[in-house]
Design a protein around this ligand. Structure first.
Ligand code: ADP
Length: 513
């Protein structure tokens, strides 16, 4: 709940309260708290344009408690570059109150008429009256504002209200904490300012598309997406958007939850990684070697026996030996094929061929994997951006596996950037070779020297003290099992880039961003 307004808001310096509006001169002896009885908003402003007192009416009108308003720039109560109330304070007038456009704490636009009275030393008392409303409507509105203020101030999720053009109408206290902007900085601006590229550039089109076709990507669905803070850093958030249509208004409210540190996300991440670890354990050298030795020993021993037998027949020099040699070679060949089959099965197991592949939108795969990989990235101050080509075809993949690959590449990139002064991660996707999509993850990290490059995808190759060295080899198995290729290269400006391809889904359909 918002903190209660002090009963007696005073001018700065805690001087004796003056009420210059009731009588211009000499200073009134009317107690300041009387001003609180008026539904009009009384706002004291010092010579520097800062708010020094704030009546109950002001609290109700703007939905902001006195302790928050006190010390604020008067200009913050109005949208735009040329706040008319500031101009009025410079030339105070109690006559012919003009209309002024203001915005409430929650970002709603209101129209007020205003009078200003010089108090002392350039300080001014403003009296604002909400225009065009009956007393009843005014108090109903004040009640609604107070209610909204309470909701906006207390809901733990960030609440952002936008109009159908994407213009921010309201920005809750939690949203201000989450994104690092004050309401005054964002209200009236396009909500895309809270998204990294390519969503930043695509959002207007997406909204227009939704209004035209009703085809929703997030509205009414809820997704894990990437948010952009004022300082340029990115963070994973769970976004749910609701739509409200009334006779007078049409707007969207987004609830966003920062899941950087969220336990559930960690669990989800752990789930994904558990698969990797499961495979890592399975492929742990000793286990793998004993399984392989056991499975392959039999056919290899048989091959050796058949070949030995064949050789014996030949060295005996008998004329009827040829059919028997031929028989031994046939058997040896069969056993060689069996050995090959075992290796193939093993690869199939590691790649989990049995899991279903489906047509998946590339953007969704990247978005979710990167949001998950960003968990815990806040402390590392990594700036993530996306460079996704328009109208990418869907890809035919097992999405859990491909997310593992992406997670692995992103995590490796973050590891590689730990000592870098500049930590930029770019995830890009483009169509290649008519029926493939190439996804790349590039970083500004340590780069890969030529020697390391040779062993990169080998199992158990690692340069990290705690590394297992299986991430890239499993990634390669997964990508190759999807019919794609994975490669790494050094970036000329420092850092490295990992690229992999995936097959486009048949009858590729255009994906709406
Ligand atoms: P691990 O991360 O456990 O070491 P990986 O198979 O994922 O196992 O990676 C193998 C090695 O490849 C790493 O130890 C590191 O030396 C190198 N490597 C992977 N990604 C990068 C990168 N983005 N930049 C520099 N080196 C990398």
């Amino acid at each position: 709940m918002p903190s209660k307004l002090p009963r007696n808001p005073r001018m700065s310096g805690d001087k004796a309260p003056q009420n210059a509006l009731s009588t211009a001169s000499p200073p009134s002896v009317v107690p300041h708290s009387w001003l609180d009885l008026s539904p009009d908003a009384f706002i004291g402003v010092d010579a520097g344009g800062r708010i020094t007192s704030w009546s109950e009416g002001a609290r109700a009108l703007f939905g902001m408690p006195a302790n928050q308003a006190s010390g604020m720039e008067l200009a913050a109560l109005q949208p735009g570059q040329h706040p008319s109330l500031v101009a009025l304070c410079l030339r105070p007038s109690s006559k012919a109150p003009a209309r002024h456009y203001c915005q409430t704490f929650a970002g709603h636009k209101i129209t007020v008429s205003a009078r200003a009275e010089q108090v002392a030393d350039g300080a001014v008392m403003l009296c604002l009256h909400q225009s065009g409303l009956s007393k009843k409507a005014q108090s109903a509105l004040a009640e609604r504002e107070a209610h909204l203020e309470m909701v906006m101030a207390t809901v733990p999720d960030a609440m952002i209200e936008i109009d159908p053009k994407g213009t921010i109408q309201a920005f809750s206290a939690a949203a201000q904490r989450q994104f690092g902007y004050s309401a005054a900085e964002v209200v009236g601006k396009n909500v895309s300012m809270l998204m990294p590229e390519p969503y930043h550039a695509q959002h207007d089109q997406y909204l227009a598309n939704y209004l035209l076709t009703g085809q929703a990507r997030i509205i009414g669905i809820g997704r894990v997406v990437v948010g952009l803070k004022r300082d340029g850093s990115t963070f994973p958030m769970e976004l749910t958007v609701g739509e409200v249509r009334t006779n007078e208004r049409h707007f969207f409210i987004g609830f966003s939850r920062d899941i950087t540190e969220r336990q559930e996300t960690r669990n989800r991440l752990q789930e994904l990684q558990a698969e990797l670890i499961h495979m890592s354990r399975f492929t742990a050298l000793g286990e793998m070697a004993s399984v392989l030795a056991h499975e392959l020993n039999q056919p290899l021993a048989a091959v050796a026996n058949y070949l030995k037998g064949g050789q014996k027949f030949l060295s005996g020099g008998k004329a009827d030996a040829l059919p028997m040699v031929s028989e031994a070679l046939t058997r040896a060949m069969e056993q060689t094929l069996r050995a090959g089959e075992i290796i193939k099965n093993l690869r199939a197991f590691v790649a989990r061929h049995e899991t279903a592949k489906r047509a998946e939108p590339v953007v969704d795969l990247i978005e979710e994997a990167s949001a998950l990989a960003l968990v815990g990235a806040r402390s590392q101050n990594v700036h993530v951006s996306f460079d996704l080509a328009a109208a990418l075809p869907d890809v035919m993949v097992d999405h859990v596996q491909v997310q593992q690959v992406l997670l692995n590449l992103i995590r490796n990139a973050m590891d590689a950037m730990q000592q870098s002064p500049e930590r930029r991660l770019v995830i890009a996707a483009r169509a290649v070779e008519t029926d493939k999509v190439e996804i790349s993850v590039s970083d500004t990290g340590s780069g890969i020297d030529a020697q390391v490059m040779q062993h990169l995808f080998q199992p158990f190759f690692t340069t990290k003290p705690e590394g297992m060295g299986v991430g890239l080899s499993i990634s390669r198995t997964i990508i190759e099992a999807h019919g794609g290729r994975i490669s790494a290269a050094a970036v000329a400006t420092g850092g490295s880039v990992f690229r992999f391809t995936l097959p486009a889904a048949p009858r590729a359909r255009r994906h709406v961003p």
